[in-house]
Every structure is written in C-alpha cells, then in structure tokens.
Design a protein around this ligand. Structure first.
Ligand code: GAL
Length: 672
C-alpha cells in the first residue's frame, strides 16, 4: 500500500514527515492552540495521538468520551497536521484490570504484574482482546472518514514490558502453538530432546512455559517460548489490524517496532510482513558505541523493511529518563541522529514526545517543546531540523540502494546463541554484528544489514557473524550464494545447531563445515580480558579453537601466534568457483577486524567508494529514486570533513561540520 503519511491535509506534499507522539489529554485546552501554532512553526506535519488514552476515551465499561479527541483531531487538521491515530489499546484502564485481574501478566517466577505502570496485559488474554478490539472498532468507525488520519498506529511498542508472560492463559496458548508446530507429542519430545533429564511428555497438557526451575531449563523449550512469544504478539497485532482493514481498508496500518539495543522480544523481519509500512522506535544508550549502534539499528530497520522507506516513530530530542544517568545530546546530535535515520531509509522523523510532561514517570524525558518552553535552544534546533527535512523533500519515497556488503542478522541465532549453559556466557550476538558494522564503516564501505531470506545476490560479500542456528534452508541459501560467486564470511560459534537447537554432529562448525572446508573438534573460549595474538599483530578475544583444514581449496589467512592453539589456523578462506567461504575463529575488534576483513574484501574486489581522505570519517549510505541517487555522508568525527566534488550538497554545504550530515544528489552520468 502507498504510504499515505506523505499526504498532508488534502495535498500530497512530497516531504520527509516530521512530528511526535502528541498527548493533548495531559494538557489543558489553552495549551492546544499554542501547540498547533508551534507545530506549524517547526513544520510538523504528523503527530501520533491517543496512544495512552484508553482510560479517557472509555472511562467506564459503558461510557465513551470521544469529544475531546474529535476536537483536537479537527484542530490538527485545520492546522495542516496529519494524524497517525493510535488504537489507544496500549495500556488498559484501572476499571478493566479491577474487573478482570486475569488479564495481568505473570513473570517467570510466578509473580503477577500489577497495574500502576503501563502495558500490564497478557498478549494471549481473550478478555483483554475482546475489550481492546471493541475499542479499536469504535475508533475505526468514528474516524474512518476523517481526512486528518494518515495511518493507524496499533497499540504501542508491542511487548516492550509484557512479552514473556507465564500465565495459565499463555501456557495454554503455548501448548496450542506447539501442537501446530509438532503435530504430536512425540514430535515435541524429539525436538526438545526430552530423553535428557527425564523430561519426556506424554501429552501437550503436561507442557509448561519455561518458568523458574531448579536447574538449567530445557534450551529448545526456551527457544520455542521466545518464538511463541513473538508470534503471540504478532497474532495480537494481526487481530487489531484486521479490524482496521475491515472498517478502513484505505488507511495503512503500522505499529512501532523496537529495533534497538536491549530489545530482543520480537522477530521483526517476520512481523514486517503484517504491516503496511515499517515503523521503528530507537533510543541511544550511553557509551562510546552509542552512535554506531544507532546507525546499525537504522540499517537493520531498512533491512526489515526490504529497502522501502520506513517511519521513525520515536526517538529523543535529547536526554531520556530511564538510564542510570541521563545526559542530554550534545550540540548537533539531535539533527545528526535524525538525519542518520533518513540516510538509512526513514521517510518520517518523529519523537517521543511533542511537549515535555510536567507529571508522571516521564517528566524528565526530553521532548520537542521542553520544560523551558519554546524560547529555548532545543526548540530552535527543532525548528531548524524541520526546515532541513523540508529541504530533503525530493528524497522522500526513494529506496535504499543495495550496498556492496551485507551483514546477515538472524533473530533465531540471536536467541539461541545466548541461551544458558553454553561454552561461554560472554558471547553477545548483536555486539558481534556491531563490531563488523563499525569496522566496515571504518574501511569506508557501504553496508546493509539484512535478515535471512533476503535475496543475497546483489551483495559481493555477506558477513554472517555468530550464525549459530542454521536450518537446512539457510545452508542451501548460503551455498547457492557462494557457488554463484558470492563471498561469505562467518565467525566462531556458527553452524552449530539445527532449527531445534540440536548440535550438528561430526565436528564444528556443523552445518557450515563443508562449505567452509574446515573442521573443529573442541572449543577453547577465552576468559574475560584474555587475549590471543594472530599473525600480523592482530588480537583475538572471547574464543579460540583448533581448525583442521578439510578441503584442498581452503587456505590459511592467519594463524594463532599465541595462546592454546599457537601456530594453528585462525582465519581461513575456501575458494568456491568465483566465490569464497571464509571463517574467523575468534572475536576481532576495531582495527583487528579491519586488518582481516581488508584482505577478504580485497580478494572479493570490494573497495571503498569514498575518496581516500573520507575513509573512516563517515557512514555512507545511498538512496535512489528514478534516475537520481542521494549519497548520505554522516560525519562520525569531531572535525570538519571535506565533501567529494565541487558542488554543494542539498543543504548548501561544501563540507560536513562535526556531527553533521551531508546529502549529495547525483543523477544520470555521475552515477557510477
Ligand atoms: C518508548 C515508548 C514511549 C516513551 C519512550 C521514552 O518506549 O513508546 O511511550 O515511553 O519510550 O523513551
């Protein structure tokens, strides 16, 4: 479906949308008119309304109050501001949980989560769903013909606080989900390896969610519960969406994903199929990798959206309120963060929230209009960003152009590789992907982040770090890719298990052993802080192992120069026709990834598209529409960076200021 959010009022204006979550119900009416005036000043063209308004819209089971919402939606429309209307189901009102405490979620150790915060509902609760869908239906009926509505915003960050529910209702739903997956109990016993520790079941009714247990929980039960929980939330999303599609078939439906550090409750590549356009929320965590992580998450969101434009539903103008110490953004960071999302495909830039709250748990979270009011540096920056986004109007609707290199990001491998009772508790799937992301950016390489199932043929190189869980289908996709001339790079703890988390026997890296032409008999994980040297002064950490070469075409690129496997192969490359399959058996970081990757990239024929002096200074991405390409250069340094070519960029810049972003248009002949 065409993303209708680009439409502002009656006019279809091509622009990068700009706005926020807007909570007028927290404010007296006098403030509303000022809000709209300030939104116009900042060139805001879309706001998400009513996300947490259930208790106001339905103050009692049989009372409905839409007048205030009618009024503000009309005011926004009159002001030329589109509405991304929430279904308002994110947080149930007190009367509902009082009457139906059986909708409250249950934690892994059997505690019931009480109301008083938000999102205190079970994804599988039939009672919750009946009440929520009635609200969705009434919202859809009431606003079906309102010209302000540009999209539906289902619930809010589904699963942010309630993803892993161990209630009886969840247990029941988990059993039904397992029955569909395995058909009979023997299938489950086989998949879960229940011959171990006397876990054999004789009926699905004996199965529980993986609750707090005396010893280590069954890993496949854990993995299936993660899959089930993602599916249960997805089913809930589909239930709301289907009501909306029935009543308002022309209004696109979205829900805000959480592709960001610290959130792993949903397989968003799978959810993306169920929405009309992908939306994401992203918040930065403090730390020296904070901005690299933002760019990585934006690229992964683009991968999940299959290269189509997506909607940045929330990020922050400055500090958040939920970290131990919440620091504001530095000058320039607000604009840089927003434009980096645009670089990786966002066609809308929105914030939590429009006006900073005076009360409640988020009163110290930044907003577009801060406590200090519109006479503030922050609001002036907001206004300036609105102008810049208007300037980027011609970029709207463009798609991400495939980069030369892709990082493969797989939710199943993420979940399974970090389960209990593994050779090391120090492994972090997402962090390893980020290591490669940063190193490739340091090398000046444009990189995509994609999910399994994505057509890999456009990519000269695919990096699949820690691809732990590899079903037959993935083995054959990767083999076809390599045999077709592609270059695969994978790392330690890859190819280990099948889709049931059973080890592939015969030596590691199991499912990928043949393709890589190597064999490993035993892992040797390293202690925290322990390092091993590889040839050429490269340092490895976390992992090491003795690699046996198993194919005549496998060459050794680096050997261990210290540690338990000194003198033995550490990095290998197997030539397969015009393609190759490379294996890195330890964790490499920073320059060390680069040293090794550079060699592999050079053989594969991938070189930086940047002028030499720009290499290492920017994130580079490219969006195209028709015959026009837009090159985005995001300055990662605190220095000014010169732009390639003579022409100024779309912001009339001839160089990129510290924490700045440049966008260079190229058409026809200048497209290499
Ligand atoms: C998101 C949420 C918003 C707000 C924000 C604060 O998780 O959707 O409602 O709470 O975080 O960072």
């Amino acid at each position: 479906m065409e993303h209708r959010w680009l439409r502002s009022g009656e006019e279809h204006t091509k622009r990068i949308s700009f706005g926020a979550d807007y909570n007028p119900d927290q404010w007296p009416r006098e403030v509303w008119a000022e809000d709209i005036r300030l939104m116009q000043e900042a060139e805001v063209d879309v706001v998400s309304v009513a996300i947490f308004s259930w208790a106001k819209i339905q103050p009692a089971p049989d009372r409905w109050d839409f007048e205030w919402l009618d009024e503000i939606i009309d005011m926004l429309h009159a002001g030329g501001i589109g509405v991304d209307l929430a279904t308002a189901t994110a947080s149930p009102p007190p009367w509902l949980t009082l009457a139906h405490p059986e909708i409250l979620p249950v934690t892994v150790d059997g505690r019931i989560l009480s109301p008083g915060g938000r999102q205190h509902w079970r994804p599988t609760s039939a009672v919750f769903r009946a009440h929520a869908l009635e609200l969705v239906e009434r919202m859809a009926e009431r606003y079906r013909d309102h010209p302000a509505i540009v999209a539906w915003h289902v619930s809010n960050e589904l699963g942010c606080h309630n993803a892993w529910d161990h209630s009886d209702e969840a247990t029941h739903a988990f059993r039904r989900w397992l029955e569909l997956r395995y058909t009979d109990i023997d299938g489950l016993n086989e998949a879960w390896g229940t011959a171990f520790w006397s876990q054999r079941y004789t009926s699905f009714e004996e199965v529980l969610t993986p609750r707090l247990v005396a010893a280590i929980p069954n890993p496949t039960q854990r993995l299936d519960f993660l899959r089930f929980s993602s599916d249960a939330l997805k089913e809930y999303l589909i239930a709301e969406r289907d009501v909306l599609r029935r009543v308002t078939p022309d209004i696109p439906v979205t829900t805000n994903f959480m592709i960001m550090e610290g959130k792993n409750h949903a397989a968003y590549d799978d959810w993306a199929r169920e929405v009309d356009f992908v939306s994401n929320d992203h918040y930065r965590f403090a730390g020296d990798q904070s901005f690299d992580e933002l760019a990585f998450s934006a690229a992964l969101t683009s991968g999940v959206a299959q290269g189509s434009p997506w909607f940045l539903m929330e990020h922050s103008t400055s500090a958040v309120n939920w970290q131990p110490v919440n620091q504001p953004k530095l000058p320039g960071e607000m604009s840089r963060d927003a434009l980096t999302h645009v670089a990786y495909g966002a066609d809308a830039v929105c914030y939590f929230q429009w006006r900073q709250s005076l009360a409640g748990a988020e009163k110290f979270h930044s907003a577009m209009v801060p406590h200090a009011g519109a006479d503030s540096e922050l609001f002036r920056d907001v206004v300036q960003l609105g102008r810049r986004l208007r300037r980027l109007g011609e970029v709207a609707g463009s798609r991400r152009e495939a980069a030369p290199v892709a990082i493969l990001f797989d939710w199943d491998s993420w979940w399974a590789s970090e389960l209990e009772s593994h050779p090391s508790t120090l492994l972090r799937y997402r962090r390893d992907a980020l290591d490669w992301w940063r190193a490739l950016a340091d090398a000046g390489i444009r990189v995509d982040v994609v999910a399994p199932g994505t057509d890999l043929t456009p990519y000269v190189v695919v990096v699949a770090p820690m691809l732990y869980l590899v079903p037959e289908k993935t083995v054959s996709e990767l083999t076809t890719y390599v045999e077709g001339g592609g270059n695969l790079i994978t790392t330690y703890f890859s190819g280990i298990a099948d889709e049931n988390d059973h080890v592939v026997p015969g030596g590691y890296p199991g499912a990928l052993r043949e393709l890589l032409g190597v064999r490993v008999e035993e892992f040797h994980p390293l202690l925290e802080g322990e390092e091993v040297l590889l040839d050429g002064d490269v340092r490895g950490s976390l992992w090491s192992e003795a690699i046996q070469l198993r194919s005549a075409e496998t060459q050794v690129l680096r050997r261990y120069a210290s540690g338990p496997h000194s003198g033995e192969p550490a990095v290998t490359r197997r030539a397969v026709g015009a393609g190759s399959a490379s294996y890195v058996s330890t964790r490499l970081r920073g320059r060390d990834v680069l040293d090794v990757a550079a060699e592999l990239l050079t053989v594969a024929g991938v070189t930086s598209e940047l002028p030499a002096e720009m290499i290492g200074t920017v994130f580079h991405s490219r969006r195209t529409i028709g015959g026009t390409a837009f090159d985005f250069y995001v300055n990662r340094t605190d220095d000014r960076v010169a732009l390639p070519g003579e022409e100024p960029d779309l912001f009339d810049q001839r160089s990129i200021p510290p924490r700045g972003v440049a966008v260079v248009r190229r058409s026809g002949a200048s497209l290499g």
